[in-house]
Design a protein around this ligand. Sequence first.
Ligand code: E4P
Length: 218
Amino acid sequence: MKLFVDTALIEEIRKLHRWGIISGVTTNPTLLAKAAATNVRDVIVQICELVQGPVSMEVVSTDAEGMVREAREYASWHEHVVVKIPMTEDGLIATRQLAAEGIKVNMTLIFNPNQALFAALAGATFVSPFLGRIDDISWEGMDLIREIAAVFRNDPHITTQILAASIRHPRHIVEAAKAGAHIATCPPQVLRKAVRHPLTDIGLERFLADWRKLQGQG
Ligand code: E4P
């Protein structure tokens, strides 16, 4: 399973990219607002140049025509831009049109397996099921990943990738990988938590202490 970062904060992306584990980025209007990205185009192009992989940029139009217009504009910014389209009837119409034009779509706000199947059939490159938001309403977000993975596995024509989104903690990452997600998009703080283990810290402290002892003996 691949890992993307779910943020529009360039400095965060720059630091995490150095780890060598990040192959794409997802943004949305909320994340762009949090990053105070007033020049959105500039931010997205910088991220594309940095990661050299898929970078999701979301439309804000709600009608198919407007979505297609916005999507064409975003796709012209950089070859790595993937356009995020919400799962609605208009979203499906726009996705079908964009896929025919060769513009990659990440269908977002997926909360049931039928939505994921429809997105795939319309030609989406990625589908984004929102795990954490399902957990928030006391359902099991991971079941959705498992169901989508089973549906996609049963149709050899489907090449759409499952992009597990709304990741809230490190267990979500490994569980999504086991459930069949192709990618998990993770907030920076979740990646930072996932890299740490108290026994790693204790073990390192002991090795360094023993090394210092050895130097003292010499
Ligand atoms: C995915 O692409 C979304 O940007 C994101 O994962 C939503 O997560 P949230 O539920 O934490 O807002």
